[in-house]
Design a protein around this ligand. Structure first.
Ligand code: TYD
Length: 140
């Protein structure tokens, strides 16, 4: 698998249906060195968020409640779709991926990120992303 492809991560679960569950990850089991965490909630169901890529940022997204459907287009031109519908699932998003996310009304998405917020790391223009993709694919 290319380092530029997203993938699902299934985190361990402790517990049972009587007592409930804990999911966790030790730092060394995460694919990124976490520098920032943020969370997204109360997103109306007809709204799609995202619509951007990052030059360098890598992230892990979880839906700790509700579900989040994520469509990811990589710089290599591949498209992936994930439905985060269980609290123990996460998706790793590498750099240079265009993403859109849609949420159920009760969804709470947590994002772990490997750097501080930096607007200059965003690619917010899809045409710009497609140009970068064309030159990336052409250079391989
Ligand atoms: P954005 O990353 O575009 O959110 P989404 O991908 O969910 O649509 O961020 C939305 C706004 O919030 C944008 O104005 C930047 C701001 N923001 C910060 O100031 N700091 C942060 O850490 C994040 C994630 C966003």
């Amino acid at each position: 698998m290319s380092k530029l492809e997203p993938y699902l991560i299934e985190f361990p679960k402790i517990g049972n249906s009587v007592q409930g569950y804990i999911s966790l990850s030790e730092k060394e089991n995460l694919p990124i060195d976490v520098k920032r965490v943020y969370w997204t909630y109360y997103t109306p169901e007809d709204i799609k968020r995202g619509h951007h890529a990052h030059y360098e940022l890598e992230q892990i997204l979880f839906a700790v409640a509700g579900s989040v459907r994520i469509i990811i287009e990589t710089i290599e031109g591949k498209v992936f779709e994930f439905n985060l519908d269980k609290p123990y699932l996460g998706v790793f998003i590498p750099r240079m991926c265009w993403r859109t996310m849609q949420y159920t009304h009760n969804a709470v998405q947590i994002c772990l990120a490997n750097s501080e917020y930096d607007e200059s790391d965003y690619i917010r223009d899809y045409e710009e992303f497609k140009k970068l993709q064309t030159s990336w694919v052409g250079s391989k």
